[in-house]
Design a protein around this ligand. Structure first.
Ligand code: PLP
Length: 458
């Protein structure tokens, strides 16, 4: 594809010519081109024209410590100099992975036995799926393999993780989902709660539907339930009150494992170290990534209960080597950066910081509920979603062709704020180190973009 002539031989032009983008409309990109980000400082990034933006989503919900934390750079350089690569295959190990595994097991929201390392959230979730299958084979239950996720869930894009993801674009024409993956209700009360139904009644109905699904499929065939504590890429959807309590009662009844996908929620985002703590989840497996290294380097971690670990031992006794692992999983430089990241979270009491800032962000956003375009404001800690509606009384959504949230986010760019459109919802997930003034400025820029959107619609 030739880039539009006016772009010349710019970075944007070469991007159009050579770069296939993730999660981008390939056709539109040929004319729209990229926003080329060339620098970062604090909670701000700068494009190649010198314009700066407050990063309201921390990149992809991940750069918790902002864009220029020197201690993470120093940790990476020191580890690069000492041992730039080693692996953990075939009984090898290295200190950064050992230290990090020990640290994560100590930090876990429920007793966990071991940490396994991969490079991305998708790989962590694929690993969890394989472990669930391995576990049931070890227990002599070869039929117990089906996995339940939720409509609008996001668990990544590798073949199995994308199958769990409950978003149409991740399946359509990729020939997904794979077999043995089921989806149950999205727990979005505003959208799917029925007239007169309380949040608790909605949660009961969803737990009943989950139970009905398990019974329909046969409990002896259902192995695990995957859930993000707060659904992120599906639209920032916190669970309704009592949801996980009721869901976990169903899972326990039918011996179905719970996998908590903490890829966004982990490491403070919801006002506790783990989203599982915020919502009383007691997972058998926990996956995390993103803020584990403040996204400075790729790394993900899978924490497993003792029962899952024992199944791995039993399988090794039966068939030998645990045949799973990634070349770069637990890369020493990534692990060194993760250790420094966790140290900074502790030193700066990042969880307390999120709790301090949360009412400011959630409260200010809720004031926009008076705005004619805003149907719902939802969120917890430092993650939030503002859902735009065509009619507040009926909750009528906009015609998707209008791409209203996309338009708002484009206006926000003009005002120097990066936000994320998800359907008709605008997502917020700023770096956890954002200060009060920066947060106020981010929210003010959002307010301007909201008004611009209202003007554009008339
Ligand atoms: N799980 C959740 C909850 C996520 O939000 C994401 C990514 O946004 C993933 C998994 C996939 O992570 P990755 O993009 O690192 O593969």
């Amino acid at each position: 594809m030739q880039a539009p002539a006016h772009l010349g031989n710019s970075a944007a032009s070469r991007d159009i010519a050579y770069h296939l983008h993730p999660y981008t409309n390939a056709k539109a990109h040929e004319s729209v081109g990229p926003l080329v980000i060339s620098g970062g400082k604090g909670v701000t990034v700068t494009d190649d024209t010198g314009k700066s933006y407050i990063e309201g989503v921390a990149g992809l919900w991940c750069t918790s410590l902002g864009f220029d934390e020197p201690r993470l750079v120093d940790a990476a350089i020191a580890q690069m100099r000492k041992l730039p690569f080693y692996h953990a295959f075939a009984h090898k190990s290295h200190e950064p992975a050992i230290d990090l595994a020990e640290k994560l097991v100590a930090l876990a929201p429920v007793p966990m036995s071991k940490a396994f390392f991969a490079c991305s959230g998708s790989e962590a979730n694929d690993t969890a799926i394989k472990l669930v299958w391995y576990y049931n084979n070890a227990l002599g239950r070869p039929e117990k393999k089906k996995i339940i996720a939720r409509t609008k869930a996001y668990h990544g894009v590798t073949v199995a993780a994308a199958s769990l993801t409950g978003l149409p674009n991740c399946h359509r024409d990729f020939d997904l989902p794979i077999a043995r993956v089921l989806h149950t209700d999205c727990p979005h009360y505003y959208r799917f709660g029925q007239d007169g139904e309380t949040e608790e009644q909605f949660a009961t109905r969803l737990a009943d539907n989950l139970e009905a699904l398990i019974l329909r499929e046969g409990p002896e065939t259902v192995a695990a339930f995957f859930a993000e504590p707060v659904m992120g890429a599906g639209g920032v959807i916190p669970p309704p009150a009592t949801y996980f309590e009721k869901v976990q009662a169903v899972l326990a009844k039918y011996d179905v494992l719970l996998v908590a996908d903490e890829v966004i929620c982990g490491y403070g985002r919801t006002g506790n170290m783990w989203g599982s703590q915020t919502y009383g989840m007691r997972p058998d497996i926990l996956t995390s990534a993103k803020a584990l290294t403040s996204a400075y380097l790729p790394l993900s971690a899978v924490l497993v209960s003792d029962a899952i670990y024992k199944a791995c031992v039993a399988e090794s006794e039966k068939i030998g080597v645990f045949g799973h692992g990634f070349t770069y999983g637990g890369h020493p430089v990534s692990c060194a950066v993760a250790l420094e990241t966790l140290k900074i979270y502790e030193e700066r009491d990042i969880v307390a910081r999120v709790r301090d800032l949360s009412p400011r962000m959630q409260g200010t956003l809720r004031r926009y509920l008076d705005h004619p375009l805003v149907g719902e404001v939802r969120g917890v800690g430092l993650i939030a979603g503002v859902e735009l509606v065509a009619d507040k009384a009926t909750k009528q959504p906009f015609d998707p062709k209008l791409n209203v949230a996309g338009k708002l986010v484009a206006f926000a760019h003009q005002h120097g704020a990066i936000l994320r459109p998800i359907g008709d919802t605008v997502g917020f997930s700023p770096p956890l180190v954002i200060n009060e003034g920066e947060l106020d400025e981010l929210l003010a820029r959002f307010g301007k973009a909201l008004d611009d959107t209202a003007d554009w619609l008339v």
